[in-house]
Design a protein around this ligand. Structure first.
Ligand code: ASP
Length: 362
């Protein structure tokens, strides 16, 4: 049995609802009027729906409704039959688990319908990567799901939202986008949710995939893929959140020179079930923080070591003996994505060895 098969077998104990078991129930051929694909857009707000306030740089995210955003790109109607729905209208700094759970339920519900070929989610860029990864882990379908945002408000000169939204429609309308996991379309690039991260506070080239690079590009109304992510197409999805009203409490502590143990102790006292460390280097920890996290793990709190460094995996048992402390190593997941996976993992188990298998696989 290959290493990958062994991992799949181990992980399948935790993911009995294998995505591909749903395949028979799904029809990817559901062309609506004019033979065009049927795409459903779920809007949540963000700068893509933002409006400027006066002449200065100030603007308010989450101001315009989805029909106004679609109105700015009338040519998408030549690519797909589009229906839309406003789920929220917020700056994504206010994204929360209620909206995540609502989105996961709605996306699964829509994609189970034969007459829906794919879903687009408009979203603020600040936390777009977290929502994308949450959906990547909770959506049970091979149909395309794409998150899209913008860095300039809709009312700005040179707003990037219309071009990004057009590209998102191009991506979802392409049969080549199926079974790639949840995708992010930004500034002409297509990223996998797992690796996409915001790397600029202001530039329109705001997203990158620091570990593995983009999956492809959108150019002149066509999407070109360069590669396929093994994880997306082989992962035995998915976490079932249909019956959940909330998610386990998981916090992140940021590492730095001379770091205090207070944040770790505060989270433990507040009964957090998991702590992700954004450690230094290969997820290393200042000795006082190491002590506090070791105590936390001893008390049954799930501790995941990630890194504040932009690229590269946090490896198990290198400078730090994870096995001895009962820690989990995050691999190539950044702290905010490690937090998402840990929240979902904790809905199934609190056992570090089992959680490590999920991190190795997801
Ligand atoms: N603060 C905004 C948001 O995340 C930024 C953006 O969308 O670019 O909603």
């Amino acid at each position: 049995m290959s290493y990958l098969d062994k991992l799949k077998k181990a992980v399948s104990n935790f993911f009995p609802a294998h995505a591909r078991e749903n395949k028979d129930a799904e029809q990817t051929e559901s062309a609506g009027p004019h033979g065009l694909p049927n795409i459903h857009v779920l809007a949540t707000g963000g700068t893509i729906a933002g409006r400027q306030m006066g002449a200065g740089p100030r603007y308010q995210a989450g101001e315009l409704g989805i029909e106004a955003l679609l109105g700015a790109v009338p040519t998408v109607r030549a690519l797909a039959n589009i229906r839309s729905e406003q789920i929220a209208n917020i700056g994504s700094q206010d994204m929360d688990e209620d909206i995540w759970l609502k989105l996961a339920r709605r996306v699964n519900e829509l994609l189970a319908q034969k007459n829906v070929d794919g879903v687009i989610i408009t979203h603020g860029t600040d936390t777009l990567e977290e929502t994308a990864y949450f959906l990547d882990l909770t959506v049970k379908s091979d149909k395309p799901v794409v998150l899209v945002g913008a860095m300039r408000p809709a009312s700005a000169v040179g707003a990037d939202g219309p071009a990004n939204l057009f590209d998102a429609v191009v991506v979802v309308a392409s049969p080549d986008s199926a079974a790639r996991g949840v995708l992010v379309a930004m500034n002409g690039n297509v990223f996998e949710a797992r690796d996409a991260t915001k790397v600029s506070t202001t530039a329109v080239q705001a997203f990158a995939a620091p570990n593995f690079g983009p999956l492809g590009q959108v150019h002149d109304g066509r999407v070109f893929y360069w590669r396929r992510s093994d994880r997306a197409s082989s992962r035995p999805l998915a976490f079932d959140v249909s019956g959940l009203d909330n998610l386990p409490l998981v916090g992140i502590v940021y590492g730095h020179a001379n770091a205090p143990e207070l944040p770790v102790k505060t989270l433990v006292e507040a009964h957090y079930r998991g702590i992700v460390s954004a450690g230094v280097g290969n997820g290393n920890l200042y000795h006082k923080v190491l002590g506090a996290l070791a105590d936390a793990a001893n008390q049954g709190v799930a501790v995941v070591r990630s890194s504040r460094v932009a690229a590269g995996p946090t490896m198990r048992d290198v400078e730090l003996d994870d096995t001895r402390y009962g820690f989990v190593a995050a691999g190539a997941l950044n702290p905010q994505k490690a937090r998402v996976l840990l929240q979902l993992a904790l809905t199934k188990t609190q056992e570090p060895g089992e959680i490590q298998k999920m991190f190795d696989y997801c």
